[in-house]
Design a binder for this molecule. Sequence first.
Ligand SMILES: Cc1cc2nc3c(=O)[nH]c(=O)nc-3n(C[C@H](O)[C@H](O)[C@H](O)COP(=O)(O)O)c2cc1C
Length: 197
Amino acid sequence: MSEKHKLVIVVGSVREGRFGPVVASWVAERAREHGGFDVEVVDLADVEIPLSLPAVPPKFAGDSYPRPAGMAPLTSRLADADAFILVTPEYNHSYPAALKAAIDWHFTQWTAKPVAFVSYGGAAGGRHAVLHLENVLTELHAVTIRDGLAFPNYFTGWEDGRPLDPEVPGYAKTLLDQLGWWAAALRAARDAAPYPA
Ligand SMILES: Cc1cc2nc3c(=O)[nH]c(=O)nc-3n(C[C@H](O)[C@H](O)[C@H](O)COP(=O)(O)O)c2cc1C
């Protein structure tokens, strides 16, 4: 078994001119520097994610769920992951529709795995989006990590692809330490016995 945990960082915004990839790149750099993870960034803008779902929920369909061909790389990355970081902006006090659709097309791929959040936006720094995501991911039996990163008024708080606040890399390390701890604990638990979902 690899000592490193497979970390998938999801870029949750697909909007034209979006800021999301800047945040995700910086987070990926911190995660690679941390050393505890094999890091992959998945950009939802590159994935075919229809809003119309099949008749049966994915929870009950298992591996036979009829997903579009253009979703296969996303599905296999989610399935292989030991841990996730969702990078999300705040849209109307919640998170983008593309991210909800990507979540809803899957189920077991999230189960008994840790999820951390990095958010950005106006005054609230995307915290409304994260509160909604925590609620949704609990339904999928994922484990959400308390210590996220939130970037209020990111348009003044970032320069040259990085946050100006010198404290932030330390906060990122704490988040990654916690995510790594949960990734190890939950991988051992999943290996020991199937999760009783
Ligand atoms: C449809 C829409 C709704 C938004 N609603 C909020 C909001 O409720 N709170 C907030 O802080 N920012 C809001 N914003 C501003 C976004 O946080 C900002 O545009 C950010 O850049 C979006 O992330 P993105 O560039 O990665 O798409 C909204 C932006 C859009 C496009």
